[in-house]
Design a protein around this ligand. Structure first.
Ligand code: NAD
Length: 791
């Protein structure tokens, strides 16, 4: 018999602080019952600290829980009364304050209570795992390692697993499987060096940015304007990120680097600048104290100016000349221009890149198993769209390496440490290749992990430099879609349009794909190569007909859309929609009509048409009316009301689980935690349905609707909302039309209608709204600014 399977029945988290509470939340998101421990409260309920933390979880934004229901599966506990609960936990994660002595004390306390096979892991940000292991008894050491989550743990993809010398290899593999599939994380294995991989480089990048901002005299708001989305990094860029993390926490991490990395050639920069220390001493700790590097002064955002020691009016942007350089698509040209420019902001940016390249080149062999791990760590842990090695390689390895060496020689870098020989090898084209990514310690290329869990990732994350040929074999392609097979009985179709908007080409392509799938395959999966699933109907494609007032052409287009939705539902093969990111409007309607949805947890599904002055007319109103009638126990209107509000308020589910609660997804739909596993799960669902003898649903002959009385009752409530100014006149008008459609129009309550009946109502109301000037203003605003207009 093969070795028994590793099953995680229950997990314990020790420490209910910022990280512990949120890790527990993500565990229960993933349906893993969790015991959350903290110290016994000195007064009142002994679980007081944990209970307070659980309350805190409900208020955090963005929400750490995928549904309010989840929190009840976290069991509060304290070390005095509940240590016996640890016995049943297959994984125990320690996340108490960052003090080695406190952690060691706790390990002594809990070790006797751990189950014989329990994995025991610490979430430390940077303490030595091997040192911490010494506080574990011999019997526990093989099951001990680091498991470093990033804040906020639900949303940050990265988890670093840090083995210690005694860690059992099979244990580490089991932990990785659990983190990847159950919790949906992107795992890299890190070496036991201070701050591991992501923070070591990410925090260095922030320190280098701070040092260069001072050197070139760049204001902090300008730094943030230049080092955020313009470089493919988060909006919070550099200084706003420090505010969000907390200036005290940031200073603490820097202090750890100062204490633990005395030999690092950049050690002189592992210091909190004087101005930062002063802010902290004054209690300006960032977002949590409402003042930090940024501070709101009335309506005005102000920014700290270290020269004067005061806050000044903020919001200054980088110079156009520099921003223009950043827009250059060719990386080699962009970096050349940045380096050659005499503009201080350009020199500042080049210096920031150069110092990070210098740092990662110098340290690669010491801190990471290969360059791919560095890039994934920074992408998944710091939210950069491209990792630093990828950026370097794309700009031309040799050219950039030469520039760095020149700058070092000229004393321009933050350190004079020589670049390692491998960086300057004559034939080196980079660090990422099809055969693997470079490991500076062994001088070899390291391929992908062969752990079985990664076989579930049919389209894994790639690094630049790896060939990214389209997945599978193309079966059919037009301007709107590509349909392909990965060698089994399922046809997969992906949209090629921007944000996967659904226009005529997508509809035509999808129809052809369905024809092919019905004749040659067992099932069809709609899966996108990256998020979003779809932002909805391509409004821009309707513009010409709209401008000329060709309502007939628009009616025909809407008809086609509805026919597509109906075909997804009634085709002869199972259709599975695999969602991640936004599924709005028409995208949501496809989701509603698929036979099954396989949804990544971070799927944000909603019928948002009201926001652009329209109503769902691709079968969304119809499907909700039908579902309400099927769920109603006598009272159709009662069952319809929530569905109505969801449409009328253009509500968007903030997770796949919430989408199930709101009725966008069915209970039978599947929630997947790792986006890279979506396609694998969606295909297996399609095959399972087909192999179970799939038959399309029978068309409902007639279902009861709430009728004109139902619509009148809803409108009565809308009047109140209008009077209370919760909605505008035009909202009231649109919502009234939505109510009419969802209630089945001008018929008696309980009248039996078929799906086509409501589809026709949808279409008529849609055209009516399209002709309305206020709705037209909403559409125009969305198309030009990308934002909803409330008129
Ligand atoms: P925190 O200060 O929010 O919470 C720490 C918790 O530890 C508190 O609930 C406290 O009651 C408990 N605690 C304090 N002293 C204790 C003791 N002697 N024995 C038992 N419990 C004790 O800290 P945090 O930010 O959640 O960090 C927890 C761990 O996670 C640290 O090791 C930290 O380095 C690491 N980490 C933090 C972040 C982050 O962004 N905050 C990110 C990754 C990892």
């Amino acid at each position: 018999m093969s070795q028994s399977k590793f099953i995680v029945r229950k997990v314990a988290v020790l420490g209910a602080g910022v990280m512990g509470a949120q890790i527990a939340a993500h565990l229960v998101n993933a349906k893993v019952p969790t015991v959350l421990f903290d110290l016994p409260a000195k007064e009142g309920d002994k679980n007081g600290i944990v209970l307070k933390a659980l309350e805190g979880l409900k208020k955090l934004k963005p929400s750490p829980v995928s549904s309010k229901e989840a929190i009840q599966y976290i069991t509060p506990a304290n070390y005095e009364d509940h240590l016996h609960l640890l016995k049943d936990c297959d994984v125990v994660i320690e996340a108490i304050a960052e003090r080695a002595d406190w952690k060691a004390d706790l390990y002594h306390k809990v070790a006797p209570f751990l189950g014989e096979q329990t994995i025991f892991a610490t979430n430390t940000s940077g303490l030595s795992i091997n040192k911490l292991a010494e506080a574990c008894p011999d019997s526990v050491r093989p099951r001990f390692c680091g498991v470093h989550f990033f804040n906020p743990p639900r949303y940050m993809h990265l988890v670093e697993i840090i083995p210690c010398v005694t860690s059992d290899v099979a244990m580490l593999d089991n932990l990785e499987r659990f983190l990847v599939t159950t919790l949906g994380k992107g795992v890299i294995r890190a070496k036991d060096t201070p701050n591991f991989v992501a923070n070591r480089i990410g925090v260095f990048s922030m320190l280098a940015t701070i040092a260069n901002a001072e050197k070139f005299g760049i204001r902090f708001d300008v730094v943030d304007d230049l080092t955020g989305p313009r470089l493919g990094r988060p909006k919070s860029a550099t200084f706003r990120t420090a505010d969000v993390v907390g200036l005290d926490t940031f200073a603490h991490v820097v202090k750890t680097m100062d204490d633990t990395l005395p030999e690092d050639p950049w050690h002189a920069y592992f210091k909190s600048p004087e101005w930062l220390q002063k802010l902290i001493a004054a209690g300006a700790l960032g977002a949590k104290t409402r003042a930090g590097i940024y501070k709101k002064d009335g309506k005005m955002m102000t920014v700290f100016d270290p020269a004067s020691g005061a806050y000044v009016a903020g919001g200054q942007k980088g110079d156009d000349a520099v921003k223009d350089i950043l827009k250059i698509a060719n990386p080699a040209e962009k970096f050349k221009k940045l380096r050659e420019s005499s503009h201080p902001q350009a020199q500042f940016l080049w210096a920031c890149f150069r110092d990070v390249f210098h740092y990662i080149g110098f340290h690669l062999g010491g801190i990471a198993n290969c360059a791919r791990d560095v890039d994934f760590a920074i992408r998944w842990g710091f939210g950069w769209s491209t990792g630093p090695f990828e950026t370097w390689q794309s700009a031309g390895w040799q050219q950039v390496a030469g520039w760095i060496a020149e700058d070092i020689a000229a004393g321009k870098g933050l350190s004079s440490a020589a670049l390692p020989a491998w960086v300057l090898e004559e034939d080196r084209a980079g660090v990422h290749f099809d055969a693997g990514s470079f490991d500076a310690a062994s001088g070899k290329l390291i391929g992908r992990s062969t752990l079985d869990v990664y076989q579930r990732q049919l389209a894994p994350a790639k690094v630049l430099g790896e060939t990214s040929a389209p997945l599978g074999e193309t079966v059919f392609e037009n301007a709107g879609v590509r349909a392909f097979t990965t060698g089994d009985d399922v046809l997969v179709v992906s949209f090629k349009s921007k944000a996967h908007a659904i226009g005529p080409d997508v509809l035509e392509g999808l129809n052809t794909a369905l024809d092919i799938a019905e004749s040659r395959f067992k099932g069809l999966v709609i899966w996108q190569t990256e998020e979003p699933f779809s932002v909805g109907a391509d409004l821009a494609s309707m513009m010409p007909a709209f401008m000329t007032g060709d309502w007939e052409a628009i009616d025909t287009a809407v008809c086609r859309f509805q026919a597509m939705s109906m075909r997804l539902k009634y085709s002869q093969i199972p259709v599975v929609a695999a969602t991640q990111g936004y599924a709005f409007g028409g995208g949501c309607e496809f989701v509603l009509h698929a036979d099954r949805v396989v949804a990544h947890l971070e799927s944000y599904i909603g019928l948002v048409e009201v926001g652009v002055g329209l109503l769902p007319a691709g079968g969304g109103c119809k499907e909700f009316a039908l579902r309400a009638s099927q769920e109603a126990r006598g009272d159709i209107l009662a069952a319809l009301k929530d569905y109505f509000m969801t449409v009328a308020m253009a509500k968007v589910a903030t997770s796949a689980v919430e989408a199930q609660e709101m009725g966008f997804l069915k209970k039978s739909d599947v929630v997947v935690f790792n986006a890279y596993e979506l396609l694998c799960v969606a295909k297996s669902e399609a095959l399972a349905m087909a192999n179970a003898g799939y038959r399309p649903p029978l068309k409902v002959k007639g279902f009861p609707v709430a009728g004109r009385a139902g619509a009148a009752s809803i409108k009565g409530q809308l009047v109140n909302m209008l009077a209370g100014r919760f909605i505008s006149e035009h909202d009231y008008y649109i919502s009234g039309l939505v109510a009419d459609v969802m209630c089945g129009g001008d018929v008696e309550q309980g009248t039996l209608v078929d799906e086509q009946w409501i589809l026709t109502l949808e279409r008529k109301a849609f055209i009516t709204l399209l002709q309305n000037p206020k709705s037209q203003a909403r559409i125009a605003n969305m198309l030009t600014t990308g934002k909803p207009l409330r008129n």
